[in-house]
Design a protein around this ligand. Structure first.
Ligand SMILES: [Zn+2]
Length: 65
């Protein structure tokens, strides 16, 4: 799925970020008035040590990891 390097700077110094608590990350929609609006989508986060970028991937769209 992902190339074997950071998509922003091309470094190989990147890795999957594990959450400090719990089993994984989700993104969700929220409003200041109504709070959290949906159940959220599970995502995996990757971070690059060289350019400090963080990006995410999700298997919610298909069968790839
Ligand atoms: Zn990078």
């Amino acid at each position: 799925m992902l190339e074997n390097k950071c998509p922003f700077c091309g470094s190989k110094n990147y890795g999957r970020i594990q959450p400090p608590v719990g089993d994984g990350f989700v993104i969700s929609c929220a409003s200041q008035k109504d709070g959290i609006l949906d159940a959220g989508m599970p995502v995996v986060l990757y971070g690059c040590k060289d350019c400090n970028c963080i990006w995410m991937a999700s298997n919610a769209f298909g069968d790839h990891e």
